[in-house]
Design a protein around this ligand. Structure first.
Ligand code: GAR
Length: 189
């Protein structure tokens, strides 16, 4: 059995989509959902899906070994960031090298880095009059959005598209590809 832990800070639609993708599988289990945000929508989704939630604060994440400890104790094979907004500390990257992946809502290396998340990304893309955006799935290292790229998919942007339109197109790509790419990574190991 391969075990996944998801980290999410917000609404959690990707987290839910990943859980649903693997729900009928007996070889893959979404074992835990971690969040740093007590108000995150993902908590309600996790309760509905009956997946245990681990809440942690900034101090615990950056200044203790508690999170890597839980991941190791639970035998987690892959850490999946899905709308997780904190920079992962080196301590965690060291424990889970190439076992931690993220999805970014743009075509990296463009529109990545500190402060580039969620709607800020789509606003920047529209303001720059890009004709394409998309998703990037990549390994996580100790820098924002800089780990090796695993997969990208693109969508077209029309001149009249708003940031909300782009967000919708990007979310569609995320739902289509993220679970499948996770599955492929797990099956390769
Ligand atoms: C997703 O679009 C994800 O790519 C993005 O946040 C959204 C979360 O949506 N992540 C980042 O911007 C990370 N830099 P969700 O909570 O509905 O899954």
């Amino acid at each position: 059995m391969k075990r996944i832990a998801i980290f999410a800070s917000g609404s959690g639609t990707n987290a839910e989509n990943i859980c649903e993708y693997f729900a009928d599988r007996n070889d893959v289990d979404v074992s835990l959902i971690f969040t740093n945000n007590p108000m995150a929508g993902v908590i309600k989704r996790a309760l509905k899906l009956q997946i245990p939630v681990v809440f942690f604060d900034k101090k615990t994440f950056y200044h203790t070994g508690k999170i890597p400890q839980i991941l190791q104790n639970e035998g987690i094979d892959l850490v999946v960031l899905a709308g997780f907004m904190m920079l992962v500390p080196p301590m965690l990257v060291e424990v889970f090298p190439t076992k931690m992946i993220n999805i970014h809502p743009a075509l990296l290396p463009k529109y990545g880095g500190k402060g580039m998340y969620g709607h800020f990304v789509h606003e920047a893309v529209v303001n720059a009059r890009e004709t394409q955006s998309g998703i990037t799935i990549h390994y996580v290292n100790e820098h924002y959005d800089e780990g090796d790229i695993i997969f990208q998919a693109t969508c077209n942007i029309n001149p009249a598209d708003t940031p909300e339109d782009v967000a919708r197109k990007v979310h569609r790509l995320e739902y289509e590809h993220y679970p499948r790419v996770i599955d492929e990574i797990l099956m390769r190991r």
